[in-house]
Design a binder for this molecule. Structure first.
Ligand SMILES: *[C@@H]1O[C@H](CO)[C@@H](O)[C@H](O)[C@H]1NC(C)=O
Ligand SMILES: *[C@@H]1O[C@H](CO)[C@@H](O)[C@H](O)[C@H]1NC(C)=O
Ligand SMILES: *[C@@H]1O[C@H](CO)[C@@H](O)[C@H](O)[C@H]1NC(C)=O
Ligand SMILES: *[C@@H]1O[C@H](CO)[C@@H](O)[C@H](O)[C@H]1NC(C)=O
Ligand SMILES: *[C@@H]1O[C@H](CO)[C@@H](O)[C@H](O)[C@H]1NC(C)=O
Length: 427
């Protein structure tokens, strides 16, 4: 860690790229991982859910978006503070394992959404450098990148529900503040977003893409931090925002110890999503299999996404699961409430006494879900709704509500995801 502190000092006084690269090699030699704090960010009464969409998933997620608009409680992201540039400018970005690009709202804005904190100003950074469109491999790692007449790498990156960022790909210094308090810097390629629209709110200054594709933060940092691996512990909905949790990168981020279960990552053509195989979900002691008698179970039928709030399941599986959850709750659900829509909701003065659900992932990885992870109170007193919805796609999403209070590790080199039950508010 001393190494990285030294590196940072040297980085701050450096003003030309060659020096910063020199310093970077110091960090590289150390090849150490690091941890940062995460901030829970719920907006119960604002922006609609942000759903992921990219490439061939676009259509699927647009459909999901429509289905989800009723889950007004279903918002919640986790933010991570990073700084870009020299001198560093702070950015709070949404952590998103379902997309790759790291980007921030960037001056001058053609069309930015409202943001409370100052936007990133590349003019004030001595390390900002647009990457050349023709000669840069990274520019073409985004299939939507186009070269401008001045050889600038213009990108467009879309998410579900029509959210979009457009701008210029650039090389810049990214600085993390480790949980030990030290600044740690690297050079990465990120999106300087001049035209950003959609369901982002005024505290979200950009997005930290942590997917498996080549342009994601973890793919870019992997060689410098002892491997492409990271872990996070997300705090539950309605946690006091002053309580932070932890995200770790590289060596030291492994999820170890008693009670760890692991499942295999399934490689598909789309490298971004973390596909896993969900065999079924038990409600109490009753197993509801993912597939029915006429289907075969396909590998990689779910992906794990910190940027999507609910669990989203194929319709047939979802319907069978909801029937079983209803069976096991000794209360009448709320019916025909236009504000709540079709979701399964209950009204109670106390905490909801729901059954334990167990997600059975391939390889014997059983992940227990309590009502904290499965029933989210919408902004209506005493109402709890099942934090799941359905899709016409045959691939589902394991969203962030279900991920809370688990330390979840993604090891891209080994191709596994690990889960360990953890109180993320006390990390
Ligand atoms: C590239 O991005 C710049 C800055 O946002 C914009 O002014 C220009 O029109 C874009 N060019 C193309 C070809 O999209
Ligand atoms: C910004 O994005 C919107 C929506 O895609 C588009 O209509 C508009 O032309 C873009 N503006 C610029 C300057 O690129
Ligand atoms: C689901 O598919 C698997 C593998 O194709 C099969 O062995 C199993 O019997 C199926 N489950 C049900 C409930 O039909
Ligand atoms: C099984 O699921 C498929 C699609 O998910 C559905 O079309 C079919 O009707 C289901 N079969 C049974 C027997 O429920
Ligand atoms: C399931 O999906 C259908 C079709 O998209 C939608 O009409 C319905 O509201 C969804 N159900 C729930 C509970 O979200």
């Amino acid at each position: 860690m001393t190494n990285t502190a030294t590196f940072h000092t040297c980085f701050v006084i450096a003003s030309i790229l060659s020096i910063s690269l020199l310093c970077l090699s110091t960090t590289k030699a150390s090849n150490e991982g690091f941890s940062v704090e995460l901030i829970r960010h719920d907006h119960p009464s604002h922006s609609p859910l942000m759903n992921k969409a990219f490439g061939r998933f676009m259509r699927q997620f647009n459909e999901i978006d429509t289905a989800q608009s009723a889950i007004t409680a279903g918002k919640g992201h986790h933010l991570m503070k990073v700084s870009f540039g020299n001198p560093p400018q702070d950015i709070y970005g949404i952590i998103d394992t379902g997309s790759d690009l790291v980007w921030a709202q960037c001056l001058p804005c053609d069309n930015c959404y409202k943001q409370i904190n100052p936007k990133f100003d590349p003019q004030k950074s001595s390390t900002f450098k647009e990457i050349p469109c023709d000669k840069s491999k990274q520019c073409h790692q985004l299939d939507t990148a186009v070269c401008s007449s001045s050889n600038v790498c213009n990108y467009t990156y879309g998410y579900g529900g029509g959210s979009l960022t457009q701008g210029v790909l650039a090389q810049e210094a990214i600085t993390f503040t480790s949980t030990q308090g030290q600044p740690i810097s690297y050079n990465i390629v990120f999106g300087c977003g001049h035209n950003n629209t959609g369901t982002f709110n005024d505290q979200e200054m950009g997005l930290i893409g942590l997917g498996g594709g080549p342009i994601s933060l973890i793919s870019q940092l992997g060689d410098s931090i002892g491997g492409k691996k990271f872990s996070h512990c997300l705090t539950p909905f309605y946690t006091d925002p002053h309580i932070t949790s932890k995200m770790s990168f590289g060596s030291g981020s492994e999820v170890l110890g008693d009670g760890v279960v692991s499942t295999t990552l399934v490689a598909k053509q789309d490298k971004t999503p973390y596909f896993v195989t969900l065999e079924g979900i038990s409600v109490g002691n009753t197993l509801v299999p993912f597939n029915n008698s006429t289907q075969t179970l396909s590998k990689g039928n779910m992906f794990i996404d910190s940027g999507t709030p609910p669990i989203i399941l194929p319709e047939d599986f979802y319907n069978r699961l909801v029937v079983e959850v209803r069976n096991q709750i000794q209360m009448e659900p709320i019916e025909n409430d236009p504000e709540l829509g079709p979701q399964l909701c209950y009204k109670t003065d106390k905490n909801l006494e729901g059954p334990i659900l167990t997600a059975h992932f391939d390889g014997g990885a059983d992940v227990e879900l309590t009502p904290t992870q499965t029933f989210i109170p919408p902004p209506k007193d005493g109402v709890f709704c099942l934090s799941m919805t359905n899709t016409t796609s045959d691939v589902g999403i394991y969203g962030n509500f279900a991920q809370v209070n688990y330390l979840i590790g993604f090891d891209l080199d080994k191709g596994v995801v690990s889960f360990k039950q953890t109180d993320c508010t006390k990390q």
